[in-house]
Design a protein around this ligand. Structure first.
Ligand code: BGP
Length: 461
């Protein structure tokens, strides 16, 4: 039996655009996802768009009751910016009523809300002004954050500004998976920088308002493992780490950008445009805690071709490496490597002043999960998911024993949900959702297992 610290948070995470539905009603204006779908639904797996997702907008009261039934004492979701501020300035009263009632239901069911402000859902009104490329987005986000703190501060003790900000940088400006789907390394760096400044200004507002509770950010990190010990491979891992991990973690926790990253960007003429006072704002507005999403490690090797001239893509610094001995989640095509969670715990302890942190997403996506439905119990028998969580929790526990200050573990996700261009392909929930049967929720076997884990605060091994 592995015992977890007293008061440990057990829960699950989702986001507004992936769970609420009512994407274009009740006063909400479109996001880039809604517009992109309108422009080209064929981009989305099986043409499944963001309109309905898991219908939590209508079902949150019942859903809040389902949470403790799988042992959740905490739940992360996000506020939809375009729902709260449909034109960027005017507060939508329906959104206020909805979120207040939603968060109250969570409290009634003894589920602690962790509320995030941005989960890839850029309002269309801001995208039309340049989105994260434009400095205007920093002020717009700071205003949105302040509005949310004022409206819901009495119901929320734990706030986060962004979920996985590197994803909208990479997917929108390098790899084509998010709108505007362009390839421009310099713009990507500017988008990343403006995002960090938006985060910083939101934290600044939080501090100046003397808002109650704590504020953090959610990052998807994994140690960057190099193929081997050659100088080229080691340099690739270091540069991947600078660009993907330290770029956000250092300013958020340590209040400064890593000098080696600044030098690398300078050498390649990629430095972003900054404003006077930015550096000081970053240094004085660090976070209270960090949320880390972990699914699979990043493995790299030196690029196949030596860089000639200036870099135009991250692949000029590092290339992906496929470890031949890897264990796979064959249902999603992602590597399973629980040991990284111990390494992450040690990284937080040793490199980030032992800042308190929690696992804000971890989980196992499974395509066509209905194949594991057991007719007798009516439950999906997701023993593979139980095994996945168990292995990761063992490593996490080892990290906690070694002194890392991890205070919670949230899986992705509560009920099966919509996932961007992937639609509903990969199922992750404690509850199965039947899209063609009024979004009916049915607990999976992992829900029962998680309940026991949470109630005993102990992992059976
Ligand atoms: C994380 C995102 C989530 C969710 C999850 C699963 O990176 O924060 O929004 O999408 O990944 O991803 P997928 O559905 O692509 O397997």
């Amino acid at each position: 039996m592995l015992k977890f610290p007293k008061g440990f948070l057990w829960g699950a995470a989702t986001s507004a655009p992936q769970s609420e539905g009512h994407a274009t009603s009740n006063g909400k204006t479109p996001t880039t996802w809604d517009k992109w779908y309108e422009l080209d639904p064929t981009k989305f797996t099986k043409n499944q768009g963001p309109e309905n997702t898991s219908n939590m907008y209508d079902m949150y009261r019942e859903d809040a009751k389902l949470m403790p039934q799988v042992g959740m004492n905490s739940f992360r979701t996000s506020i939809s910016w375009a729902r709260l501020l449909p034109d960027g300035q005017t507060v939508n009263p329906e959104a206020v009523a909805f979120y207040r009632s939603y968060f109250e239901e969570l409290h009634k069911n003894k589920v602690k809300p962790i509320i995030n402000l941005f989960h890839f859902d850029m309002p269309w009104w801001l995208m039309e002004k340049g989105g994260w490329e434009a400095r205007e987005s920093v002020e717009a986000f700071a205003f949105y954050a302040k509005t949310a703190f004022e409206l819901f501060g009495d119901l929320v003790e734990m706030w986060t500004t962004f979920n996985e900000p590197i994803v909208h940088v990479e997917c929108g400006y390098l790899y084509g998976y998010h709108y505007p789907a362009i390839h421009d390394f310099k713009k990507a760096i500017q988008v990343g920088y403006n995002t960090i400044m938006a985060h910083t200004m939101a934290v600044k507002n939080f501090r100046e308002m003397k808002a109650k509770g704590q504020i953090g950010i959610i990052l998807n990190v994994s140690p960057c493992y190099s193929r081997g010990e050659t100088e080229g491979d080691k340099l690739a891992a270091k540069q991947a780490d600078l660009l993907n991990t330290k770029s956000f973690l250092d300013p958020a926790v340590l209040g400064q950008f890593p000098q080696e990253l600044v030098d690398l960007l300078k050498e390649n003429e990629l430095l972003p445009t900054t404003q006077q006072g930015d550096k000081e704002a970053v240094s004085t507005n660090t976070v209270d805690f960090i949320g880390l999403n972990y699914y699979q490690p990043r493995r790299v090797q030196e690029p196949v071709q030596k860089l000639v001239g200036k870099a135009t893509d991250p692949s000029d610094f590092y290339a992906p490496y496929v470890w031949p001995d890897r264990k796979m989640n064959v249902y999603r095509g992602w590597e399973i490597y629980p040991e990284a969670l111990y390494d992450v715990a040690m990284m937080m302890k040793n490199d980030y002043d032992n800042m308190p942190w929690f696992v804000s997403e971890n989980g196992m996506g499974v395509a066509e999960e209905e194949r594991f439905l057991d007719d007798e119990t009516g439950m999906i028998q997701d023993d593979y998911r139980i095994e996945f969580m168990k292995e990761h929790l063992e490593q996490l526990h080892k990290g906690i024993e070694a002194g890392s200050q991890c205070f919670g573990y949230q899986t992705w996700t509560f009920v099966d949900c919509w996932s961007w261009l992937n639609g509903y392909t990969n199922r992750y929930g404690f509850y199965r959702v039947e899209l063609d049967n009024n979004y009916k929720r049915t607990m999976k076997k992992s829900g029962l297992w998680f309940k026991e884990l949470s109630e005993t605060n102990r992992l059976k091994i």
